[in-house]
Write a protein that binds this ligand. Structure first.
Ligand SMILES: [Fe+2]
Length: 272
């Protein structure tokens, strides 16, 4: 797996630190992990606004920047502005590949067709350039699962497919729009699931491996309508998942104004 060209990996930061006479062990890289923005600009602006005050070195985005919401171009541009390492979600692919449309239900398909009509040529090209998975330092990023970006990781058995596909200690995924994580220790029959719709902290230890979903920025489905995201500090052995309220009514009004299916607005209130 190759690292995205727009990433700032640990190596570059370590090179800079060498000039400053620091050692690698003293370098901290803080990652912000976001997923499933789904064209919801009020939610994305709220999350990025918070993260701007958290000394983030590198943003990681797990796909589905577009689809459902009314601001596909603005969200693509903001993700590029923050220089996120971004992978492709199934809606990103559907928005630029008409052949993929048949995979979606009628409402989602209507949103994709609308999104495709709205996308600028630059953003269409950017979405097309995204890879389905990538590796950043000791982390693997995927959308649904490592073997299959369209696969929903819901159960421990689903999680085992990604653990089997890599030996990386830390894997991030999205697609289900649930904030949760799976832990796996060698010798265990199955990964263990930990659901955290209110947010929480996953302590990292070297004996285990982790498959973590930061939840959805723009369309949470874990019955918590607040935007979700995570922060990983590689010198601090934990990944923290946060929830934040945002202007849901503004996002809903934008969906109504764009004449997108109304259910996409209502579900934002319900968190489903
Ligand atoms: Fe999604």
């Amino acid at each position: 797996m190759k690292q995205s060209r727009n990433s700032i990996g640990k190596e570059e930061i370590v090179n800079y630190a060498y000039v400053c006479q620091l050692t690698e062990s003293s370098i901290t890289v803080r990652y912000a992990i976001i997923s499933d923005v789904h064209g919801n600009l009020p939610a994305l602006e709220q999350v990025i606004g918070l993260l701007e005050h958290r000394d983030i070195d590198q943003y990681l985005c797990l796909g589905d920047v577009v689809g459902y919401g009314a601001s596909p171009n603005e969200c693509c541009q903001l993700i590029q502005q923050i220089e996120a390492v971004c992978i492709r979600g199934n809606h990103d692919e559907g928005a630029v590949s008409p052949a993929k449309e048949q995979w979606f239900n009628p409402e989602a398909r209507a949103c994709l067709i609308w999104t495709r009509q709205q996308l600028t040529e630059d953003n269409r090209r950017w979405l097309k350039s995204l890879e389905p998975t990538t590796q950043v330092d000791d982390m693997v990023l995927c959308h649904g699962s490592i073997p299959d970006p369209d696969h929903y990781t819901i159960t421990a058995r689903d999680a085992s497919y990604s653990f089997q596909a890599t030996s990386a200690p830390l894997i991030f995924f999205g697609h289900t729009h649930y904030a949760e994580w799976f832990t796996y220790q060698s010798g265990e029959a199955m990964p263990v699931q930990h659901q955290h719709p209110e947010g929480g902290t996953c302590a990292i230890n070297e004996q285990a491996r982790y498959l973590i979903n930061p939840g959805s920025v723009g369309q949470p489905r874990d019955r918590n309508n607040q935007a979700s995201f995570a922060i990983y500090d590689d010198q601090q052995p934990e990944v923290a998942v946060y929830r934040t309220p945002y202007d849901i009514q503004a996002a809903q009004q934008m969906i109504f104004d764009a004449d997108l299916p109304a259910i996409m607005a209502w579900r934002l209130s319900w968190g489903i």
